[in-house]
Write a protein that binds this ligand. Sequence first.
Ligand SMILES: *Cc1c(COP(=O)(O)O)cnc(C)c1O
Length: 364
Amino acid sequence: MNDSVDKLVRPLVRALDPYKPVEPPEELAKREGIDPASIIKMDASENPYGPSPLVAEALGASSGYNIYPDPFQREVRASLAAYAGVPFESVIAGAGCDELIDLVVRLTMDPGDTAINLTPTFGMYSVTLKLAGAEVVDAPRDASFNVDMDAVRAAAADGRAKLVFLCNPNNPTGTLSPEPDVLALLDMGLMVVVDETYHEFCGFTSAHLVDEYPNLVVLRSLSKWAGLAGVRLGYGIMHPRLVEHIMGIKQPYNVSVAAQVALSASLQDTDMLLQRVRMLVEERERMRGLLEDSLGLYCHPSKANFLLCEVPDGRAPGLQAQLAKRGVFVRRFNEDRLQECLRISAGKPEETDALINALTELMK
Ligand SMILES: *Cc1c(COP(=O)(O)O)cnc(C)c1O
């Protein structure tokens, strides 16, 4: 029965290994048979402090929901340009950074084109590329998860590579690639898509290079630092000509009125939101101290809002499951080099304490 339906589906889609998204708290609670209110969600780098309180107020007060949003996103782009300190013409917004990843791939990649993936990295890049019919060549990062330029050159040696994704800082490793690495990729002449979803947690950016490099696209998100993961808002900074082209292929109303209202309220409250970002960075390092000193687990250096923690001897899957039974959710990946790792998002201090207490008990 399924076979006859599957015949209707593109072979590419049938063969796709889909992205594995995280589940909402209610589902996690149901699965583990626990109270949703008791859940400690450290599996998706979400912001435990939530959005600015101004967001709910503005959403309640706004009345434009029966009217389509501005397809040219004038107000949204103007606010984002001012926030990022870049020209209006260089900015385009999307329903999350994820939509912009898809749009950039659809803008640049023909079926059969090749792209380089700096693995291990964010899973959406390869899924999106493969769906576009592109070939994905891995250029594995080195043992410390820094970009290995020799591996990149090897991956590009046949001259077919057209695009490379650089997640900076990298999810799930937390690694920050310094500017010389970004420049080395740009100077290869590839389209370089730098995903700066975690920009606010490290302060580092390549956005100023957009002026000089038309082959650079910088992507950002409001999901993590501004706590708007559920609203879906991201943006790209790139050459104005690329913005024009993306305007021509995107869904006309891709940024909702609600997202526009939530953005405007958030940008009125950046001092408070960035204060929370600093708290999360501090808490990430306190969590590192506890994981390393009290529990003897190594965590990779991180410039994002999570830690990639090594749990050796095949204990990672079991620990993840046992933590879930206690209401603490962390992320694990099936990639070879991440088998022994858990990715743990920075939470509130009491959440860190609950995680450490649970781990201490489980590892006795
Ligand atoms: C979370 C995440 C995204 C998704 O961002 P949205 O704006 O929520 O779509 C994109 N890239 C990386 C590296 C992420 O960690």
